[in-house]
Structures are given as structure tokens and as C-alpha cells.
Design a protein around this ligand. Structure first.
Ligand code: ADQ
Length: 460
């Protein structure tokens, strides 16, 4: 089996670990961008073997990086798919670079493939790759999984090249989305823009093609994250919080994300400010730590967001701080996942408020890290892909509604232990039943069998 990702293969996130596990099971090739930029694109991938997995890594040339990755992937597709047409730029040169890199990737991958290999392509950076492989004559199964939302058809067609990307998607044997909503939006696009048909079992017929599309909500490696919470590093992290921030019995709210406009960080800060305005009883009794990992720092929109978050954090602290209490701690750095597990474990509230999000693994990690006897409360945006899965246990909010989000924070901070335990149990059962192993097995078995899953049992 071959898995393809544009992200750096060595990245140690939960997703990368889960995908590696799929390869290690049966052996295969991990093909993708090395994460390095070379003066000009290399002609051959660098091959490294580890056990029964071969890593085939390709450097991007400087111009490829700027046009394909920073440009089309992150400044056209990312904002558009997250409903931010206002932030999307559409440059023909970027699009040309995007197609050219996908063509080059297909050319470099093709000699490594056996005719009956299964290829699993990941995410929006690589939408054209399956069709490019087909053009080169590859006949094995090729599936695609989109990690971010698929937008409403009317948004998607703002893209000047929607028809080409649409046809790219039609070339796969199986196209996987995070949620039934994403799937439905793709089906609407197929119907309304192309006059395609969706059969009862979800098979799509369009443009002479017949293929499957389904919803496969991704999960985390729950056992692994629970174990992380028991490590020394996690305990040290929790202890640091206890001493440095909480002065004994102060409560803690935590937010963790990449610094990205899709994550609703500004809205979250406003809701925290509103909590302090509306419920003065929490004064000096609560601290909010927002940890935002730097992301796409060369992109102007991300620089603007960073500036806005810094300004708003300073503003909230300026209004509410006392000599012996700083309500908001904003940290703009990566943290080891084990330390994060400790922070989650120690927090009374996990505040996850994306404006749009494919799934949101932080919400699931927060649940996994809790103490079953005294769990915290998850306050979760209805616009996270994870919301339907966790709706029975989380306090679901509309992040645009500052006052209601503040109210949910108050409800979480004052929730009796028995209710917290009951809510946590239902969320923990949901993430266990939908972990990363079941996600990848379901996708791969559907790809190989040509069957379909709508995941309705999970997501309704
Ligand atoms: P992301 O947008 O990156 O992923 P998410 O699903 O939350 O969002 O995953 C982020 C990962 O990075 C988590 O494992 C988290 O612990 C880690 N992380 C976040 N902030 C960090 C920090 N400050 N320090 C260290 N680690 C940090 C995309 C889509 C999501 C989808 C995933 C997987 O945007 O919607 O859930 O892919 O499909």
C-alpha cells in the first residue's frame, strides 16, 4: 500500500502516527514532500527504509513551494474550503504550480508502484494526483481522503478551477470526507454542477465515471493519548500549572490549536472576556491558557491574525487583571504532546471553538486526557467536524455567539461532578469506538471492496 501526503513525513502528530501504523501493518511506501526546499525540484525521491516501510521523500523547489504550497494550497484552497472566500486569492500562476507539482509527484511515484498496489492520497494539496496517476497508466485502487471541510457548492464554485478539481475527484475509486455534511455538499455539487446521479448505496455516476464517496470521521489513537497523560512529562506539566497559575484552587480553561483563522481564536478570547463581564464571581477564580502553535508564518493573513490575537489578549488582560491575577495567558509556541496531555488533564474546561474544522483532534485529545473520576468539561463549536460525535457530552456552542459561549463556560465551571462524569463517559465511549485504527481500516476496506460507508450510525 502507498500513502501519499504533502506534509513532512517525520512530523510526529497523532495523524502521522496513525497513518504510519497502517503502513507498518502490511508494509508499503510513504510518499510525499520531505518538508525541505531545494534550489530546484529533485528528479528522484530520496528513499529511506525503516522496517517494512519505505519513505520516498521529494524536496520542493523554491518556486514550487511558493506557488503550490504557500500559494494555491494555503492561500486559495484552505480559506475557500473553510468558507473564507474573503481571504482567498486566486492566482493563475499558483494554480499552474499546483498542477505541475502534482504531475511531477505522479511521475516520481509511478516507477515505485506495482500494478496491484493500493494508493491512498491525503488532503487538499494533492487532489489532482489520482488523475495524474491514471494518465500514466496506473490501474490499481486509488482513494482520496479530505481532512478539511468540503464547502457548500456555491462556495466551491467561486474557485475558477472548480471543474478541473471536480474531475480530479471523480477519478478516484473512493473519495472520503470527514462528515456526512461534507459528503452531502460534495453530492450537491455533483448533482447541480454536473448533472450527476447519486445511487441509493452512495455510488456516484458522473461524466461517464462511477465511483464511491463516503463520510469517514477521523479519530485519534485513544490508548496512546491516555498513556501520554500518565508520563512524567505530563505530570510535570500539570504540576507546573498547579504551582504557577492556579494558586491552589483557581480553575483553568485551556485552548490549543495552530494559530489559524479557522480555529476561532479571536471569538474564543471575546467569549472569555464576556465570561468575566457577565459572571464577576469568576474574578480571580479562573485562568484561561491559550496555546497557539505558529503556523504558515509567511502568509500575510496569518501575520494579521497573530497581531489581532496579541492585541485582543492584551486588551482583555488590561481590563480584567489585578495585581495578583492575570486572567489570560497567551502562548505562541509548540508544546510536546505529552505536556499538552498533562495540561488537558489538569484543566476544568477544554475550549474548542473553530469557525469551521474538518474534524478537530484537539477536542478528542482533551476528552482522552481527562481523569474519569473528576473529568473536565468540553465546550465545543457546532462547526467542528467532531461536534456530532461528541454532542451528547460536550456543551455545544455557536462560536459567533459570544454571550452564549460565555454562558456555556460558566455552566462548565459550575457543573456538578456527577454530570461531568456522565457527560465524559459518553464522549470517551464515542472516541474509543471511532479511533484512528477503525477509521483507517474502514476506509481501506471500503476502498478495496468498493463498498461505501456514510457513517450515519456514528454521526447522527
Ligand atoms: P489541524 O488543522 O492541524 O488538522 P487538529 O485536528 O486539531 O487540526 O489537529 C492538530 C494537532 O496538532 C493535534 O494533534 C494537536 O494536539 C496538535 N497541536 C495543536 N496545537 C499544538 C501546539 N501548540 N503544540 C503542539 N501540538 C499542537 C487538519 C484539519 C482538522 C482534522 C485534522 C485530521 O484541519 O480538521 O481534524 O487535519 O484530519
Amino acid at each position: 500500500m502507498t500513502q501519499i501526503t504533502a506534509k513532512k513525513a517525520a512530523s510526529a502528530g497523532g495523524l502521522a502516527v496513525g497513518l504510519h501504523a497502517a503502513l507498518k501493518d502490511k508494509g508499503g511506501i510513504w510518499f510525499g514532500w520531505s518538508g525541505d526546499i531545494a534550489e530546484s525540484g529533485a528528479e528522484k525521491p530520496r528513499l529511506q527504509r525503516s522496517g517494512n516501510v519505505t519513505y520516498a521523500l521529494v524536496d520542493l523547489g523554491r518556486e514550487e513551494y511558493e506557488g503550490y504550497y504557500e500559494g494555491f494550497a494555503n492561500r486559495s484552497l484552505w480559506p475557500l474550503f473553510h468558507y473564507r472566500v474573503d481571504l482567498a486569492s486566486f492566482e493563475h500562476d499558483w494554480y499552474d504550480a499546483y498542477r505541475a507539482v502534482n504531475r511531477r509527484f505522479a511521475r516520481l511515484l509511478m516507477p515505485l508502484l506495482k500494478p496491484d498496489d493500493t494508493v491512498w492520497v491525503h488532503d487538499y494539496h494533492l487532489i489532482p494526483l489520482g488523475r495524474e496517476l491514471r494518465r500514466l497508466g496506473f490501474e490499481g485502487a486509488v482513494g482520496f481522503f479530505l481532512h478539511i471541510p468540503f464547502p457548500a457548492s456555491e462556495i466551491f464554485v467561486s474557485l475558477p478551477w472548480d471543474h478541473e478539481l471536480g474531475q480530479d475527484l471523480f477519478a478516484y475509486d473512493l473519495v472520503g470526507f470527514q462528515t456526512p455534511t461534507d459528503l452531502r455538499q460534495f453530492q450537491d455539487y455533483v448533482r447541480h454542477e454536473w448533472g450527476g446521479e447519486i445511487e441509493d448505496d452512495g455510488t456516484i455516476r458522473v461524466q461517464g465515471r462511477r465511483f464511491k464517496a463516503g463520510a469517514y470521521p477521523i479519530g485519534i489513537d485513544v490508548d496512546d493519548f491516555v498513556a501520554m497523560g500518565r508520563t512524567l512529562e505530563a505530570q510535570r506539566g500539570a504540576e507546573r500549572l498547579r504551582r504557577a497559575l492556579l494558586n491552589g484552587n483557581r480553575k483553568l480553561i485551556i485552548g490549543v490549536d495552530r494559530l489559524d483563522y479557522s480555529k476561532g481564536i479571536l471569538e474564543r478570547l471575546r467569549a472569555f472576556g464576556q465570561l468575566l463581564d457577565d459572571f464577576p464571581e469568576h474574578e480571580k477564580g479562573v485562568t484561561f491558557i491559550q496555546i497557539s502553535a505558529p503556523s504558515r508564518e509567511n502568509v500575510q493573513e496569518y501575520q494579521d491574525l497573530r497581531h489581532q490575537v496579541e492585541t485582543l489578549s492584551g486588551h482583555i488582560n488590561g481590563i480584567h487583571s489585578e495585581a495578583d491575577w492575570v486572567p489570560l495567558h497567551y502562548i505562541n509556541r509548540n508544546h510536546p504532546r505529552r505536556t499538552l496531555a498533562g495540561f488537558f488533564h489538569f484543566s476544568q474546561i477544554g475550549l474548542v471553538t473553530p469557525l469551521r474544522d474538518g474534524m478537530n483532534l484537539v477536542a478528542e485529545e482533551y476528552v482522552a486526557a481527562q481523569n474519569p473520576d473528576d473529568p473536565g468539561v468540553l465546550v465545543l463549536s457546532r462547526f467542528a467536524g467532531a461536534a456530532p460525535l461528541l454532542a451528547d457530552g460536550a456543551l455545544i456552542v455557536n462560536p459567533h455567539d459570544t454571550r452564549s459561549t460565555a454562558l456555556a463556560l460558566h455552566q462548565g465551571l459550575t457543573m456538578p461532578q456527577a454530570e461531568r462524569k456522565e457527560r465524559w463517559r459518553s464522549m470517551f465511549a464515542a472516541i474509543k469506538a471511532n479511533d484512528i485504527a477503525s477509521w483507517r481500516m474502514k476506509f481501506l476496506s471500503d476502498l478495496q471492496k468498493g463498498q461505501i460507508s456514510t457513517s450515519e450510525a456514528v454521526m447522527t
